[in-house]
Design a protein around this ligand. Structure first.
Ligand code: CP
Length: 355
């Protein structure tokens, strides 16, 4: 694999992505064939934010590959509570292990961590920014359940403003030909402009609607998401948005027989429990494909990292991004790194405009 760290799934070439998706399919059919693939490898899971699926599927994946795991799921039980920086924690744990996975509530944290780790870093979700291994999970699920990842009408519903899963998924699905998107949200929780610009730049169409009912009859895939309470500035703002979109049996009756309903989970109230028994509901199978997807990713990343050059840290002045949710606001030693895009320079950590 040409990359050392996985921060954004779009770092992978189409061939590399296909290779991992194919491998995940093979592992799902013959899991025991891979039970020694990571023998003698140790993975650290650094979870600064709550998680059920991502954390435990990474841990299950590594254990099923014959590897071992260490880590934390409560930073307050570590020296983070004493004020230890992300840089110092990552530097130390990178010395103990062969690969790190990190989930953090702040945008750009995984990218920042990758600057200081001597071993590969996998982004397990950075604030409202990206969640590449969820997207890998989603692609593996679509390949195995729908049978294709192209020429799909994909509806995304809920908290599109704060949902890192839909941001990552939009970008990756835009790479396949013939896909189009229907964004179903309130004005307040609409898809960020930089994601819509990306979709357009890839030649994909998108539309925005306010109700599930007007979109669902036309969809091949419906990707439901939770309203992300933890990303709101106040309880009042969250209360104003919650409960607006609820997928129930009545709305499912408007969908096509081939509809595939996905959800990264956890759900709160956006999918009624009655939908779980509908054969078009695939969100629990999706969690299982997530483990196989992560097994494939771990194999690829641990077997090739020795040949990949470490990320170069530029000795540049300290940097504070305009985005109040960017990691540079919280870890004040980070170098000033930018990425050139067709619309100008953006912060390399959170992709917020420089201007
Ligand atoms: N899909 C997902 O990221 O779930 P968790 O927050 O439980 O890891």
């Amino acid at each position: 694999m040409s990359i050392r760290n996985l921060i954004d799934l779009n770092q992978l070439s189409s061939e590399e992505l296909d290779d991992i998706v194919d491998m995940a399919g093979r592992i799902s059919r013959h899991p025991t064939h891979y039970c020694s693939a990571c023998r003698d490898k140790l993975m650290a899971t650094l979870f600064y934010e709550p998680s059920t699926r991502t954390q435990m599927s990474f841990q299950s994946a590594m254990l099923r590959l014959g590897g071992k795991i260490i880590g934390f799921d409560n930073p307050n039980s570590t020296s983070v509570a004493k004020g230890e920086s992300l840089k110092d924690t990552v530097t130390v744990l990178g010395g103990y292990t062969d690969i790190l996975t990190i989930r953090h509530p702040i945008e750009g944290a995984a990218m920042a961590a990758s600057l200081y780790s001597d071993v590969p870093v996998i982004n397990a979700g950075d604030g409202g920014h990206l969640h590449p291994t969820q997207t890998l999970t989603d692609i593996v699920t679509l390949r195995n359940v729908v049978g294709r990842t192209d020429n799909l009408v994909i509806g995304m519903c809920g908290d599109l403003a704060n949902g890192r899963t839909v941001h990552s998924l939009c970008r990756s699905m835009s790479r396949y030909s013939g896909n189009s998107f229907v964004f179903i949200s309130t004005q307040k929780l609409s898809m960020p402009q930089y994601i819509k610009d990306y979709v357009k730049s890839m030649g994909c169409e998108y539309s925005e609607v306010r109700t599930l009912e007007e979109a669902i009859p036309y969809l091949d895939v419906l990707y439901m998401t939770r309203i992300q309470r933890e990303r709101f500035d106040s309880v009042e703002e969250y209360e104003a948005q919650k409960g607006i979109y609820v997928l129930d049996g009545k709305k499912m009756s408007l969908g096509r027989p081939e509809l595939c309903v996905l959800h990264p989970l956890p759900r709160v109230d956006e999918i009624s429990y009655e939908v779980d028994d509908d054969p078009r509901a695939y969100y629990f199978q999706q969690t299982l494909y997530g483990m196989y997807a992560r097994m494939a990713l771990i194999i690829r990343m641990t077997s090739q990292h020795e040949t990949c050059a470490p990320v170069k840290r530029e000795e540049t002045p300290k940097f504070t991004c305009h985005n109040p949710k960017c990691i540079t606001r919280f870890e004040r030693y980070l170098p000033h790194l930018t990425v050139d895009t067709p619309k100008g320079k953006v912060c390399a950590y959170c992709e917020h405009d420089e201007n």
